[in-house]
Each structure stands twice: as C-alpha cells, then as structure tokens.
Design a protein around this ligand. Sequence first.
Ligand SMILES: [Mn+2]
Length: 427
Amino acid sequence: MSEGFSFIHAGDLHLDSPFRGFEHISGIDEPIKENILRRLRNCTFAALENIVDACIEYEVDFLVLSGDIYDLVDRSIRAELRFRNAIERLADRGIPVFAVHGNHDFDNGIRARLTWPENVHFFSPGEVEYREVIRQGEEIARIYGISYPRRDVTENYAAKFKRHQNAPFAIGVLHCNVGGVPEHENYSPCQVSDLVQAGMDYWALGHVHSHRVLKDSPCIVYAGSPQGRNPRETGDKGCCLVNVSENGLIDLQFLAVDDVRWTETRISIDNIQSEGELITQLDNQLTGIRSIHNKKSVVTRIILTGRGPLHRKLQSGAPADILEELRLRLAGEDGDFIWPESIKCTTGIPLDKEALRKGETLLADLLALRGRADKDETLRSMLRESLAPLEDRTGSYVSSPSEAELDLLLEAAEDLAIDLLWEDDQL
Ligand SMILES: [Mn+2]
C-alpha cells in the first residue's frame, strides 16, 4: 500500500424502528406528542444521514455495514428508499458500501424490490465471499463478508472466514455473538479465538448494540447501534472511523451520530419531603441534561431510589402525575425536547434496617432468615427449587438465576417484605 486509507464501520442501524408504545401516551397535548413521535420515528434515519455526512466529511475510502440495516425482515418501502438515498449520496462522492444482512433483516433471496446503485455490495447469504477495494488501480483492502439466509443462524460463521495471503489489509464483516453475550440471541456464536484464527486485520462486527472493542490486534470491534431505541440503550451511540496507516497500523475513533439520546436519571428521595420538592429537583436535573449530551434531544427514564417519607405516596399513583407534569414542562410542540419516558420506583419506607433486624418481631425473624440466605447453601437450594416451576412454565425465557442474580432477587424480596409487613408503630 503506497499510502494509508480510512473507512467507517457502522452496524445495527435498525432503520424504521417503530417505537411502539409512544402512541398511547395520554394526558399530553396532541401537538407535543406528535413532535416526539415524529422525531422518534425519524431518528434511525437521521443517524444514517449522520453516518453518510461523516463519510463525506472525513473523505473515507469506503463504508462497512455489519448487519441489521433494517429493523424488520419485511422492511417498509420507506426504509429501503431512505437507505437507497443514503447509498446514492455516497455514490455521488465515489464512496463504495459493503454490507451484510443480520438476523433482523436476513436475506432469503425473495425481497429484492429496488434496483441498487453500483457502489453498494450486499454479501451473499450463507457463504463467505470477498470484494477488493481498488483505489487508483491499486488494491488497498480486501473485504470478506457473509449474510444471514435466515434469522436463527446457530452455525459458527466465523469459522468460514480465511484471509488470502496476498490481501493488503483484510476486513471481516460479520453479524455474530462473540462469547455468548446474554442480552442478545446467541446467533452465529463464536469466540475471539475463532476470529483471530481467520487472519483478518479488522473485524467489523454487528449484533451487540453497545460499542465494544474486543481486541486491539487484530482489531475486533462491535460498532454498536448508531441510535439508541429503548431505555436499555443509553449513552452516546455511533459508528467507528478507522484510519489505517501505510504500515497497516489502525487508529480507531468513535463518532457519536445518534439523533435522540436515551439516558437514565437517578434521584434519591432520602431527604425529600413532598411531591412538590421532588418535581423541583427533577425539573432542575432534567433541564441541565441536554447540555451534558451535546444539546441532543433526550429521552430519559427516571429512577427513584433511597428511603424517605415520600415512598408511600409514590406507591399510590403519584409517579403518573409527576410524569405528566414534567412532560408538560419539558417537551414542546416543535424542535428539540427532553422526554421523561417513565418513572421507576426502587424506593423504600424510611427505616433503619439494622435496628429492625435486632427487634423481636415477625419482620425481624424474617430478616434474620433472609440474612442467612446469603451464605446458607441449603436455604439457597430451597430457593432455587421454589423458582424452578417458573422456569418450566416459561420454557427457555426464564432460566435459573446465577448466584449474583439470586442475591439481587433476595434484596428485592427483602424490600418487598418490609414494605408489606411494616406497621408504622413497629419501632
Ligand atoms: Mn441488531
């Protein structure tokens, strides 16, 4: 290679995600709701436009997309047209695009409805193929990829990749679950060692929605989803700008391209006396949130923690009213917004757990028993047994909890028991 080159790696665009649930919001003016909905329905496309803008701004040599371009196998014509427009914008700049299909948008060969510009290549389903990237008559990179022919690919596709000796720089594009990440379906399961084995210089991975660098050399990267789509997908989301020097050294830069940001807002009720005080504190915290997130629009889930006198009120329906009030204050009829998505309460009544444990009450006995469950193996296996029917009834959806999960369940059960058994004259 006579000089270096660069490319952008993006994955899991999930174009035209429906954002279900937002239609049913009540207690808010229609124009405000419309503004939020319009923006959410467009945000996956806006993130795509931001990726294209970045390709043009950084004058990259090509774009690599690592699967789940569309949210649905039966993608909307809107999604296909918007994607084709993006490809055409890149074609105008002479930037080629290399894409694979994943489990959400698998390619069973019967869905081709549009004709595509020549600058895009969709890798074939089921078999690895490669394309050479030629710049001024010289091959600068060789890209290997494979698409999903169906949703549930349980085969290890990574094992199908093999670099050619004469490839100047080899990139593998794959939608897969490396190391059995539990939040994602175990499709095309593989290990880092399988990826290393293939001899690539850079692995452009998709499927896991958070950005992760699994290894520096070879460089193994999940770009993550460029746009958060639910309360679990918080923080900055984006794509990777990859600069490759003439010696093949890789410089990786994460570019935040999300249009609407999802966040969590935590607030403790420890020293809060009234709903009014809580609303003021939330209002203050939320008003500042957009400046923390590069002035992007923000959807935030509020999580109330701590113990205090407000707990009882929060149990009896107050969060719905607080949510409505905050939405009215923070979301407008047009432009950017802050949207409190929901309020989750993990609060408790004000009490000293340790003092309670020492008392001679039914609750104290229960807490002592619960304390023993931290270490007592007999108790823990009894608990597991009592959870087993849940596992049987739900098939594979609920699996036996890990030790750490069992601890969390015990913690939650303790709080629930205190809540239900507590009487105000108890101490
Ligand atoms: Mn995905």
